[in-house]
Design a protein around this ligand. Structure first.
Ligand code: PHE
Length: 345
């Protein structure tokens, strides 16, 4: 009997030492398998007398049952353990509030460009895009800029290989857009008929060798061009005044057209604005260059200056953004600090 008790104790400890179902099957085989210890005992009964067989057989069967019970308990324990590990790994607290994804937004200068495009679109202007790497001809020559003009110097202009440069203003788009417009309507012109007006803005990046709190080597400009048979300086004043008052949502905003010089306009004017109230009130702030398109430039567009005339302007969207939001250092826009930029979303 002592041997039988020891057998149950051994089985219990073998099962307890099994930490996987595979281990447990191996442990079971040691006791209940074909050559297991219990099985061997049962086999040994055959040679015994019927009486001994009966009592010993009953004892062995009790042992066998005890071992089977222990096995079933251990199986259940291992299954419970596996389940709780799995549940822990897949833990999902459905009562937690969701995590917010940080939202992106447009750059403040992009917001300004969108606003400019919307306003001019409402006045019937097209929006055109052009190359930032430009030829000397489009950037200077076609715009009536003399060979020895200071803007052409290495101090002011980034030259790249092959006679190209990074456009120093968006004005080359006057020529590019006008030439393609004229080409499209050449049959009308050839037939002595009037061509539909050119009415376009061209926003984009521009480059100059310049860097301080109010100048960046890369900056933005937006060109405007309106050419027709009788488009005058008066129209420039109306259009640009309307634009500025809408842009700044200030119907009392004052504008000043200050005489100036550009090779591609005659007469030329710098446009200054003055806020009626707020922190900048009373100061004249320059926002654009402008003028009536020079007859030579009209000719370079493929048009006859006796029949076609109009105005052009070039404004600084970076400057407009600074004025609109009260930002005093241009470099903040291009440093890429998300803490600054995210304030404009
Ligand atoms: N291109 C000029 C500049 O960059 C601005 C301008 C554009 C002036 C169109 C007149 C007409 O300063």
């Amino acid at each position: 009997m002592n041997d039988l008790n020891a057998l149950v104790v051994d089985a219990h400890s073998a099962f307890a030492a099994s930490h996987s179902l595979a281990d447990l099957e191996n442990a079971k085989a040691q006791f209940l398998g074909r050559t297991g210890r219990v099985t061997e005992l049962l086999k040994g009964l055959a040679s015994l007398s019927p009486e001994v067989k009966k009592s010993k057989g009953a004892a062995i069967n009790q042992v066998k049952q005890a071992i089977e019970t222990a096995l079933a308990q251990r199986r259940q324990a291992l299954a419970d353990e596996a389940l709780s590990i799995q549940l822990k790994a897949q833990a999902l607290d459905v009562t937690l509030p969701g995590r917010l994804r940080p939202m992106g937004g447009l750059h403040p200068v992009s917001l300004t460009l969108e606003r400019i495009e919307q306003i001019f679109d409402s006045m019937g202007f097209e929006v055109a895009q052009g190359p930032e790497i430009e030829s000397d001809w489009y950037n200077f020559t076609a715009l009536n800029t003399p060979q020895d003009h200071p803007a052409r110097s290495m101090h002011d202009t980034f030259y790249v290989e092959g006679g190209y440069l990074l456009r120093t203003h968006t004005s080359p788009m006057q020529i590019r857009y006008a030439l393609s417009h004229v080409k499209r309507h050449q049959p009308l012109l050839d037939a002595g008929q009037a061509m539909p007006e050119i009415r376009v803005i061209a926003p984009g990046r521009t480059y100059r060798v310049d860097s301080d709190a109010t100048h960046s080597p890369m900056f933005h400009q937006c060109e405007g061009l309106w050419i027709g048979q009788n488009i005058s300086f008066k129209d420039l004043k109306v259009v640009f005044t309307d634009f500025c008052r809408t842009f700044f949502e200030a119907s009392e905003l004052a504008l000043r057209f200050r005489p100036s010089f550009f090779p591609f306009t005659e007469p030329s004017a710098e446009i200054d604005i003055q806020f009626p109230s707020g922190p900048l009130a009373g100061r004249w702030l320059e926002v654009a260059g402008s003028g009536q398109v020079h007859p030579q430039v009209i000719r370079n567009m493929g048009l006859d200056p006796e029949h076609y005339m109009g105005f052009a302007f070039g404004m600084g969207p970076d400057r407009l953004t600074m004025l609109r939001y009260g930002v005093n250092d241009l470099r903040l826009f291009f440093d890429g600090d998300i803490r600054f930029l995210s304030q404009f979303r």
